[in-house]
Write a protein that binds this ligand. Structure first.
Ligand code: UT7
Length: 323
């Protein structure tokens, strides 16, 4: 019997309506469009409205992914977020209720910018083991709520948004090409906890806190760790980088993407890039980029797609998917 694989049966995304350009930020902050564009590639970001919560973004993205997959329910909802609506319950349960689902499991997962890869790996393992037959993996964030809007070194870098995929259990050999998630690879190294963190939380400060980052150090680790985990994913599948049709990376900084492309010896036009328009949306950035490239026809059925991310913790990971 062929092994079970998790196939991506639907992708969806949602961006809040409010667009904020670099020029608009420069009105209130000692920064410039030129600095932000040159150092990061970011030109604009979407920010949630005051009454728009992470769950609202997640629900909108999930509805689209479910519609594409032609489903109204799944066995499991994994919501990757570092910006939940409340400390508890899990925002995923609010999403579950809004989608009209009353069975199965829904929970949040916290791996910051690597959250979507961690969520995909979690759901994929439940599917492969036969415990569930379908899952929604969502990345949704309202980072605008945890930014220090007076800190030009961090607040210009992030945006809000959500993306979702529906996974379905399928026979791995169903179309000869073996569609589905080929493998996932997760890592963390908590020695770097302080380099990228939000300086508050229920058990430390009894408050939410704001994001703090040693940007240069994070940058240095990102390029090294991402290249290593990509090589690990390729080697695990006896593949070389030239077999990859598309890289859908976490979108933190265009220079990180360029550095990764150089290390992998892959042309940049195989990278799906949204950081210019979305900025860094943490756990939402990969499914947002995936939804864009699937939606506009760049990513086609049967193509090999590499997902990779790195974030606070540090955490990092990669997934190889045959679409
Ligand atoms: O998603 C999780 C992963 N996160 C990341 O991957 C982020 C990784 N880090 C980065 O993307 C980059 O390190 C940053 C974009 C955060 C910073 O770029 P950088 O080239 O490393 O700049 P820097 O932090 O070394 O700062 C250079 C200068 C400093 O001025 P001095 O000390 O040289 O006088 C900063 O004060 O740029 C200044 N600066 C700014 N100037 C104008 C920092 N932020 C700004 C700003 N506008 N927004």
């Amino acid at each position: 019997m062929a092994p079970i694989r998790s196939v991506i049966a639907g992708v969806g995304s949602y961006l809040p309506a409010r667009l904020v350009t670099n020029a608009e930020l420069a009105l209130a902050l000692d920064t410039s469009d030129e600095w932000i564009t040159e150092r990061t590639g970011i030109r604009q970001r979407h920010l949630a409205a005051d009454d728009e919560k992470t769950s609202d973004l997640a629900i909108a993205a999930a509805r689209k992914a479910l519609a594409v997959a032609g489903r109204s329910a799944v066995d499991m909802i994994v919501l990757a977020t570092a910006t939940p609506d409340n400390t508890f319950p899990a925002t995923a349960t609010r999403v579950q209720a809004a989608l009209g689902m009353t069975s199965g499991a829904a929970f949040d997962l916290q791996a910051v910018c690597s959250g979507f890869i961690y969520g995909l790996a979690t759901a994929d393992n439940f599917i492969r083991s036969g415990q569930i037959k379908s899952a929604l993996v969502i990345g949704a964030e309202t980072f605008s709520r945890i930014l220090d809007w007076k800190d030009r070194g961090t607040c210009v870098l992030f945006g809000d948004g959500a993306g979702a995929v529906v996974l379905e259990a399928r026979d791995g050999q169903v179309n000869g090409e073996g569609r589905g998630i080929l493998s996932t690879h997760l890592h963390s190294d908590g020695r770097y906890y302080d380099l990228l963190q939000v300086d508050g939380g229920p058990s430390s400060s009894r408050s939410v806190g704001v994001l703090k980052m040693e940007g240069r150090e994070v940058f240095r680790h990102a390029v090294v760790n991402l290249a290593a985990v990509v090589h690990e994913a390729l080697a695990a599948n006896n593949l070389t980088a030239d077999a990859v049709d598309w890289v859908v990376p976490h979108q933190a900084n265009k220079r990180i993407l360029e550095g990764t492309a150089r290390k992998l010896n892959l042309p940049q036009d195989r990278f799906v890039i949204t950081v210019d328009r979305h900025a860094n949306t943490s756990a939402a950035s990969i499914p947002l980029a995936l939804a864009e490239a699937v939606g506009d026809g760049r990513i086609k059925p049967g193509q090999l797609v590499l997902l990779e991310a790195m974030g606070g913790g540090f955490t990092w990971g990669a997934a190889l998917v045959r679409m």
